[in-house]
Each structure stands twice: as structure tokens, then as C-alpha cells.
Design a binder for this molecule. Structure first.
Ligand code: 13P
Ligand code: SF4
Length: 357
């Protein structure tokens, strides 16, 4: 039962003490979050991995790319563990390294390698944290950088200081929403299609491009609609609508605010009592906020329930299993990034950490 599992997890944690740190993403179910030493958004969890250099094991309750990132940022003697290896991210899977290298080759053919008069490269690759270590490594090798939903605008500024234009992997919505907020027009952000031509006159499209968007998306956040926001406003005239920037652009435009999971949590925390929130993000976070802040009215824009099915694969049973393995001296489900990938991937991540105060 749930209580038996919770007791097993607590007992293993008590035995392991400081040798262990458990990190949990905001989208994890409560039965997992209650055991986490640190809960945060993907940027905070990357920093949390850096902040525990003495833990022998970092158990990451989140998805595969987050555990890879923790492995990149942690020490060589530390083991990063993903309780269920099937916890991937469908968006991260939408950019594979072969496709990315092909796109880069096509674009490099068009733009060349020559910097402009200000020394800016023709093209800078930027990848959302929600991508494989191989894509991060590609960015590291090609003058690029990683961003998260909490620092995407700052990272794009970094990229435009060094490049004339950007190719953004894999989330088209985060890329579009962020670029739009920076004043870039929709015509200047074409969606990449392999084997040109793009829509319209390819040469014109590519000459005008500022941010070339990869065709990825989050299947959870894609479900939110403008109609849901309109309904929330009709039912609650003072509602404050906050959505995650992985939502499609019309949804972000119709909302009052957009921000990372931690942005959403902070907004709820800082609001005066009695605020009504309609939130467009994963249901576990929304329901937890609703329970933690009973002084507000908090509901999810999508009342048919939208869990992230891969985040949900971290069942407490797996958590107990990997922790009891550690107690017995057995490391289960370790995530290790190959050194040839890890080195350049770390370069791209460190650029992000340095660019983000
Ligand atoms: P955050 O960076 O806001 O935690 O988002 C991660 C994620 O996977 C959202 O779908
Ligand atoms: Fe990936 Fe979307 Fe799940 Fe986030 S919510 S982990 S982007 S599938």
C-alpha cells in the first residue's frame, strides 16, 4: 500500500543519510514529492545537482533529460539515478541528433561561416533544457547554449550578442513565445523543414529569419486552448490566468502571464488572499498549489485533467526499489552520459549558468 511504500522510502533515506539527495520536479505526484529533499523547476534542479557535491547518490524524480543534466553537472564519483528508466519526455525525443546535424549542415551551406562586421556568427544553436545530452553537446561544440523556461529570454539575448540568428530546439512554442516577447515578428521565425524549400520564397524566408524554430512541442501543454481561457474569464471575472510558455502562442497571448513552473508557484505564493487563479500547466503542480494555498481559488484550465504521463512513471514503488538498492550497495538505473558527449554538453550548460544571474 501507499503507506507501506512511504515507510520503506523513509527507512532507506534514514539509513543513507547525507550520502543521498532526492531531487523532485514540480510535476511529480505528491506521493513522490513528499520524499524529495529539494523540489523545483528544471533550472533550480540543475543548480541543486551542483549544490550537493558530497552526496554519493542523486536520485532524480523527474524525466530522463533532467537526470542527464544532473549527471553532467555532478562530480565523477556521484551516481545519478532515475527511478524508472522509461520516464522520458516526448518533446525531447522530437529532436534527434542526426536530424539536428542535417539541419545544421543545410543551414551552414546557406549562411556560411563568416562573421558579420560586429563579429557575430551567422547562426547560433540554442536548445531548451528539454533535449538529449547529445543535442546539448551539439550546441556546446557550435558556439551555442542551453536555456530553460525561466531564462529563455536572457539566453536569447546572449545568443544575439554573439550571432545574427538562432536555431532553437526542440520546443517551437517556447521559442516563438520568447522571441515574440522580445519584439521579433512571426515572419522572422520560420518553422524549420528539412530538405528545403520552406514555405514562401525559401531564400527570402531564411534571409529574414531571426529565430528558426524546430518543430517540437509538449503534448501536455499543447492541449490548452484560448476557449478554456475565455470560459474561465466568463465564470470568474477577476481570474488571473497564468500558463507555461510551452503553451501555443495564442494561449500565451490570451493569458495574463506566462512563466516557468517556479514562476507560477511564486505568483501564487505572493498573491493577496482570495485570488482566483486559472493555471495552464501540468495537473500535479496545479493540484498541489490548490491544496497548499487554500486561501486562493486555484484550478487547472483543462478540467479533463492533463498529467505528464512520463513524469507519472516515477511511481513510489520505483523510488523504494532504487533506494533499497543503494542501502544494499547496488546502484540501479544509473544515468551516465558518455564523456565525449558530456564535455561539450557541459560547455553549453555552463554558458547558460554564467549567463543567468
Ligand atoms: P520548468 O522548467 O518550468 O520546470 O519546465 C519543465 C518542463 O518539462 C515543463 O514541461
Ligand atoms: Fe516533457 Fe511536456 Fe512532460 Fe514537460 S510536461 S516533461 S515538456 S512531455
Amino acid at each position: 500500500s501507499d503507506e507501506v511504500l512511504a515507510d520503506r522510502i523513509r527507512a532507506a533515506k534514514a539509513t543513507l543519510g547525507d550520502k543521498l539527495v532526492i531531487l523532485g520536479h514540480f510535476y511529480q505526484r505528491d506521493e513522490v514529492v513528499q520524499h524529495a529533499d529539494y523540489v523545483g523547476d528544471s533550472f533550480q534542479l540543475a543548480n541543486a545537482a551542483l549544490a550537493h557535491p558530497n552526496a554519493e547518490a542523486i536520485v532524480f524524480c523527474g524525466v530522463h533529460f533532467m537526470a542527464e543534466t544532473a549527471d553532467l553537472l555532478s562530480g565523477p564519483e556521484q551516481a545519478v539515478i532515475l527511478p524508472n528508466l522509461a520516464a522520458g519526455c516526448s518533446m525531447a525525443d522530437m529532436a534527434n541528433i542526426e536530424q539536428v546535424e542535417d539541419a545544421w549542415a543545410e543551414l551552414t551551406e546557406i549562411y556560411g561561416h563568416e562573421p558579420d562586421a560586429d563579429g557575430r556568427a551567422p547562426l547560433i544553436p540554442v536548445t531548451y533544457m528539454n533535449s538529449s545530452a547529445a543535442i546539448k553537446a551539439f550546441c556546446g561544440r557550435n558556439g551555442g547554449i542551453v536555456c530553460t523556461s525561466s531564462n529563455a529570454a536572457r539566453v536569447l539575448e546572449w545568443a544575439f550578442e554573439r550571432g545574427q540568428r538562432v536555431i532553437f530546439f526542440p520546443d517551437q512554442h517556447l521559442g516563438r513565445n520568447t522571441a515574440k516577447a522580445m519584439g521579433i515578428s512571426l515572419e522572422q521565425m520560420p518553422l524549420w523543414r528539412p530538405n528545403l524549400p520552406l514555405g514562401g520564397n525559401t531564400e527570402d524566408v531564411l534571409n529574414d529569419a531571426k529565430v528558426i524554430l524546430w518543430n517540437g512541442f509538449c503534448s501536455v501543454h499543447k492541449r490548452f486552448t484560448v476557449a478554456q481561457i475565455e470560459r474561465a474569464r466568463a465564470e470568474h471575472p477577476n481570474v488571473r490566468v497564468i500558463v507555461h510558455p510551452e503553451c501555443p502562442m495564442p494561449v500565451v497571448d490570451a493569458a495574463d502571464e506566462a512563466g516557468s513552473t517556479d514562476y507560477i508557484r511564486k505568483a501564487v505564493e505572493a498573491a493577496p488572499d482570495g485570488t482566483v487563479f486559472a493555471i495552464g500547466t501540468e495537473i500535479n503542480l496545479v493540484q498541489r498549489l490548490a491544496a497548499e494555498y487554500p486561501q486562493h481559488t486555484i484550478f487547472c484550465l483543462d478540467d479533463v485533467v492533463c498529467p505528464c504521463s512520463t513524469m507519472y512513471r516515477i511511481h513510489p514503488g520505483y523510488l523504494a526499489w532504487v533506494l533499497e538498492g543503494l542501502v544494499d550497495g547496488v546502484v540501479r538505473n544509473q544515468i551516465t552520459v558518455d564523456a565525449s558527449v558530456a564535455e561539450p554538453a557541459r560547455v553549453a550548460l555552463e554558458r547558460m549558468l554564467a549567463a543567468t544571474p
